[in-house]
Each structure stands twice: as structure tokens, then as C-alpha cells.
Design a protein around this ligand. Structure first.
Ligand code: SAH
Length: 260
């Protein structure tokens, strides 16, 4: 049986240039690539070598995907499973790794730029600000996948930290309800980024708890979008910002002596 390794590679959020150098190098020498839908197609086809077997997993079941990966690991050294963003977030990583473990196929993971980070970059926002919030939660609202106890949005939003809400653009009514239940005001800023980092296709919608659903409806955004609710949003325009201690002249740390 096979000696090849199956590499789970984060393809990044959409811009083919946002794959890591390591991820690209693996594609360049891959014998087989299984990619997850149109999102990561471009990175696969741009760098795959001639003769590389490339398949789209969008119509495959989990069993078919693992069978495909195992079969290809039997005949080539490098098999790549290309996933959007980072493989550790909403990517069915463990469901795919378990059958490979059972088949004795070596597995490795290469991280990727998550769409959460690409969305912050697109909008020039920071998830953390000194004395505003120092915490970011990656979550979703309940769709067909149930939310475990204690993880409904209202409970998480009670922390008043940054919330990156995946897989929820068609469920904005639930996002709104969760934020309201946690006491977020109607004018709390909410950001939606559609196709973050996609060249020429990225769209940024800035609204509030009261307006964001209508704005997204008017913009026709119904998929591939990140919803971010955070007390840090819009800080670029704040007249007074509490500066990070790290860069404060009066703060001494390992690399710099205080000057005041
Ligand atoms: N592993 C991926 C997430 C996969 S779940 C990651 O780390 O980004 C799919 C969800 O990710 C989508 O419903 C959407 O909320 C978000 N998403 C993926 N690509 C995106 C992009 N380019 N812009 C905005 N949101 C994106």
C-alpha cells in the first residue's frame, strides 16, 4: 500500500497569492490534488504540474473523498487536499484524517490565511484594541449543524469581544437576535465582507445591528461572506485611541528601554 503523504493545505481566502509558500511548493510537486469547490480552484490549477490529477470534491461524499485520497497516496508521494482559508476552521479536517489514519496513510497540515483574517485586512480593521477588547471568537449561528450547549450567539456576544461569524450570511436574522439578546445596542457596528481578497470581487458592507440585514439584501450578498461584530470596528476614525503599551514610549520591554 501507499507511502505518499496526504497534505491538508490551507489555500487562503480566495486570492491565489495568499496561499503560503509552503502550500504552493506542495502543489508544485503534487501528484494529485483534491480541492474544495470553486473557491480554491485557481490556486490548484495555477501551480499544479503537468500530469497532476486534479479533482473537485464538491459532489463527493466524505467516504468518496477519503477513498480518493487513499487511492492516490498509494501511487504518488505528495497528495494535496486543498481547503479554503485555514483547514482547522469548518473544514471537516478530522472527519477526513480519521480514515487516513485507519488506512495507515501519513497526514500533515499546512495552515492557511483564514477568511476571518482576510476580512479584517480588507476593511483595515483590528480584532483587538487595548482596553476595548483583547479577545476574538470564531463562531457561526445554528444552521443544519447544531450549536453545542453554551455556544449560542447571545452567550458568546455577552463577552462584548470581537465575533467573527462564519457560514451565517443567510441567517442574519439569527445574528441580529443573538446580539440583541446579549444587549448590543442598535447602533453597534457590524461589518460584512463578501469574497474577501478575491481580486475584483471583494465587497465591504458597513452597517449597524439595525441596518446590516437590509444593506446585505440590497447588495445581493447571499454567500461567501464573513460577518464581524466588534466594539473595535471603525477605530481608524476614532479621535482618541488608547495606544498599545507595546509601542508606548513609557513602556519598557525586552527589546527597548523606556524613553520617558
Ligand atoms: N476554513 C475557512 C472557512 C470555511 S467555512 C476559513 O478559514 O476561512 C466557509 C465560510 O467561510 C463561508 O460561509 C464564509 O463565512 C467564510 N468565507 C470563506 N471564504 C471567504 C471569503 N473570501 N470572504 C468572506 N468570507 C469567506
Amino acid at each position: 500500500m501507499g507511502v505518499g503523504t496526504v497534505w491538508f493545505v490551507g489555500a487562503g481566502p480566495g486570492d491565489p497569492e495568499l496561499i503560503t509558500v509552503k502550500g504552493r511548493d506542495l502543489i508544485v510537486r503534487a501528484g494529485a490534488i483534491l480541492f474544495a469547490g470553486s473557491l480554491v480552484n485557481e490556486a490548484a490549477t495555477r501551480w499544479a504540474p503537468p500530469g497532476c490529477v486534479i479533482a473537485d470534491s464538491k459532489d463527493m461524499t466524505l467516504e468518496q473523498m477519503s477513498a480518493w485520497l487513499i487511492a492516490n497516496a498509494a501511487r504518488c508521494d505528495t497528495v494535496v487536499r486543498l481547503q479554503t482559508g485555514d483547514p482547522a476552521l469548518y473544514g471537516a479536517l478530522i472527519e477526513l484524517v480519521q480514515p487516513l489514519d485507519a488506512a495507515g496513510v501519513p497526514v500533515a497540515v499546512v495552515p492557511g490565511v483564514s477568511s476571518a483574517m482576510a476580512s479584517a485586512a480588507a476593511a483595515v480593521e483590528s480584532f483587538t484594541l487595548p482596553e476595548v477588547t483583547q479577545t476574538t471568537i470564531f463562531t457561526r449561528v445554528e444552521g443544519r449543524t447544531p450549536m453545542p450547549d453554551g455556544e449560542d450567539l447571545a452567550a458568546l456576544a455577552a463577552h462584548r469581544c470581537t465575533l467573527c461569524i462564519f457560514l451565517s450570511i443567510t441567517l442574519l436574522h439569527k445574528v441580529e437576535a443573538g446580539l440583541r439578546e446579549a444587549g448590543w445596542p442598535e447602533d453597534a457596528p457590524v461589518l460584512v465582507v463578501h469574497k474577501a481578497s478575491w481580486p475584483g470581487e471583494e465587497r465591504i458592507v458597513r452597517g449597524t445591528l439595525a441596518t446590516i440585514k437590509q444593506q446585505c439584501r440590497e447588495a445581493g450578498i447571499v454567500s461567501q461572506a464573513m460577518v464581524i461584530a466588534s466594539p473595535t470596528l471603525g477605530a481608524r476614525q476614532w479621535p482618541e485611541l488608547i495606544r498599545s503599551r507595546l509601542y508606548d514610549p513609557s513602556f519598557t520591554h525586552r527589546f527597548r528601554k523606556a524613553t520617558t
